[in-house]
Design a protein around this ligand. Structure first.
Ligand SMILES: Cc1cc2nc3c(=O)[nH]c(=O)nc-3n(C[C@H](O)[C@H](O)[C@H](O)COP(=O)(O)OP(=O)(O)OC[C@H]3O[C@@H](n4cnc5c(N)ncnc54)[C@H](O)[C@@H]3O)c2cc1C
Length: 409
C-alpha cells in the first residue's frame, strides 16, 4: 500500500508530492500523459525555449523563497519590457498607461472617460455577490475603462467573458478594496494594492525546469491514467490502465472535469456538480519571426475589435529563448468570446492569425510556428462560483483521506 497517491503531475500535483516527500512520506504520482507538467508545457528545440502553456509566473515573496529552497536561479525581464504593454484599439496599438497620472494625462481615455474615473471615490459601495465583472467595473469606473482595460485584461488572464465572470471571485483583490475602503482608488492608494504582486519570473530552460527540479526523487508513474476510485473500509483503491493501487490518502490534482469523473463512485451527485465548472478554450501559437517586435511585454485585444486573437506576448523580449537573429511572439486565440475557433482546423486558425498579425504588427509570415489547442484551458469563476468551492469542501469532509487541489478551487 502507498503512503499517499497524487493524481496529476501538473504544478499542483508536483508541489504536493514534493511537500509530502519533504515531510517524510513516500508519495506516488500518477500522470496520464507520457510527460509531467500539465499546462506547463515547455518545448526545448533547436536552441529555443517554447512555452505552449504557462508563460511565466508572478514571483510573489513565498514563491521566490521556494525557488531559493530549490536552488533555482529565477529569470526576470527588464523593467522596460515588463512595464510596457499595449492595447489594440481602433486598428492601432496604443500604449496602456502604467500609473494613475498617465491614466489621466495620456490620450488613452477620452475626456469623458477621465472624468468618469475621477468620480469613482464618490460612488457608494455595493455588496452584491452575484455581480459580474462588467457590472462592477461599469458601476465604479465607467464603461470606457471596462472596454479598454478590464475586458481585454481579464481576457488575458481567464480568456473569459466579463459579463459572466464573478467580480467577487475573478477580481477578488479589486473587489476587496471596495468592500474595505468603499472605493477602489482610495483603497489602492492606501494599500498600494493594485500594482503587480511580484516580478514576472521564469527559469533557465523554461518553466518546466521548476517542476523538474521538484520532481527529481519523486516516484512518478507516467502514461498511467487514473480511471476510478473506490473505497472499502478506510482503504481507497485507484484503478489505473496498468493495475490497481491502494492507499489511505489521495490528492486529486487534475482539472475539475477529470476529478468529477474519478470521484463518481465515492460521491455521485457532488462529483457531477464539479463537471459543471466551465472551462474556456485557448489556442497557443508560438511563432518564430524575423520581423522586429516593439519593445514591451505584449498586447491585448478588446472584444470590440472582432479578432480571433485575444492578444500576444513578445516572448523573446522577456527571456533569452531563441537565436540572436530571430524573435518569438506567443499568440493567444479563442477564449470564451470565440469558443467556436477551438473547432477550426489548424490551417484555418493560422491563416486568420497571420491576417490579423499583418494588420497589427506588419508581420506577414512565420519562419516556423508551434501550435497547441487547449480545448479546456482555464476554469471560469463565473457568477455563483461559491457553490463549487463548497462542493469541494463537502467532498473532502465526507471522504476522509481525499484531498482536492488545482486552480479551480
Ligand atoms: C494555455 C495556458 C496558459 C497559461 N498561462 C499562465 C501563465 O502564464 N501564468 C500563470 O500563472 N498561469 C497560467 N495558466 C494557468 C496555469 O496553467 C494553471 O493555473 C496551473 O498550471 C494549473 O496546474 P494544475 O497542476 O492545477 O493543473 P494541470 O496543469 O491541468 O495539471 C493536471 C494534470 O493532471 C493530469 N490528469 C488529468 N486527468 C488525469 C487522470 N485521470 N489520471 C492521471 N492524470 C490525470 C493531466 O494530464 C495534467 O498533467 C495558463 C493555463 C493555460 C491552459
Amino acid at each position: 500500500m502507498k503512503d499517499a497517491v497524487v493524481i496529476g503531475a501538473g504544478v499542483s500535483g508536483i508541489v504536493a508530492a514534493y511537500t509530502l516527500k519533504k515531510a517524510g512520506f513516500d508519495p506516488l504520482v500518477i500522470e496520464k500523459e507520457p510527460y509531467i507538467g500539465g499546462s506547463t508545457h515547455t518545448l526545448r528545440e533547436d536552441g529555443r525555449i517554447i512555452e505552449l502553456g504557462v508563460q511565466s509566473v508572478l514571483g510573489q515573496d513565498e514563491f521566490m523563497a521556494f525557488t531559493k529552497e530549490l536552488n533555482l536561479k529565477p529569470l526576470h525581464p527588464s523593467k522596460e519590457h515588463a512595464n510596457t504593454r499595449y492595447v489594440y484599439l481602433n486598428g492601432q496599438l496604443k500604449r496602456m498607461p502604467s500609473n494613475p497620472i498617465e491614466f489621466l494625462t495620456s490620450d488613452f481615455f477620452s475626456i469623458f472617460g477621465k472624468i468618469r474615473l475621477l468620480r469613482e471615490p464618490f460612488i457608494p459601495p455595493k455588496d452584491d455577490p452575484k455581480e459580474s465583472i462588467s457590472d462592477f467595473v461599469t458601476r465604479r469606473l465607467g464603461k470606457e475603462f471596462l472596454d479598454k482595460v478590464v475586458e481585454p485584461f481579464v481576457c488575458g488572464i481567464y480568456a473569459g467573458d466579463t459579463d459572466k465572470l464573478s467580480a467577487k471571485y475573478a477580481v477578488r483583490r479589486v473587489k476587496a478594496l471596495e468592500d474595505e475602503y468603499g472605493s477602489i482608488i482610495k483603497g489602492s492608494m492606501k494599500k498600494k494594492a493594485l500594482g503587480p504582486q511580484g516580478e514576472i519570473t521564469s527559469f533557465e530552460g523554461g518553466l518546466l525546469t521548476f517542476l523538474e527540479k521538484m520532481a527529481s526523487g519523486i516516484d512518478i508513474s507516467l502514461e498511467s491514467v487514473a480511471l476510478k476510485i473506490t473505497k472499502k473500509d478506510d482503504i481507497y483503491t485507484i484503478d489505473t490502465k496498468s493495475g490497481k493501487i491502494q492507499t489511505k490518502s489521495i490528492l486529486i490534482a487534475t482539472p475539475a472535469y477529470s476529478a468529477s469523473y474519478l470521484l463518481r463512485n465515492l460521491t455521485w451527485s457532488m462529483s457531477a456538480e464539479l463537471d459543471q465548472i466551465e472551462y474556456a478554450p485557448v489556442i497557443v501559437i508560438s511563432a518564430i519571426v524575423k520581423h522586429p517586435l516593439p519593445k514591451g511585454f505584449g498586447f491585448l485585444i478588446p472584444r470590440k475589435e472582432n479578432t480571433i486573437m485575444l492578444g500576444a506576448l513578445f516572448s523573446s523580449n522577456l527571456f533569452k529563448i531563441c537565436k540572436e537573429d530571430e524573435n518569438i511572439i506567443t499568440i493567444y486565440v479563442g477564449g470564451e468570446r470565440r469558443k467556436d475557433v477551438a473547432d477550426w482546423p489548424e490551417e484555418k486558425i493560422i491563416s486568420q492569425v497571420k491576417k490579423e498579425l499583418k494588420q497589427i504588427l506588419g508581420i506577414e509570415d512565420f519562419e516556423k510556428y508551434y501550435f497547441k489547442k487547449w480545448k479546456k484551458a482555464i476554469p471560469q469563476y463565473n457568477i455563483g462560483y461559491e457553490r463549487f468551492i463548497n462542493t469541494v469542501k463537502d467532498i473532502e469532509k465526507m471522504n476522509e483521506g481525499v484531498f482536492i487541489a488545482g486552480n479551480y478551487i
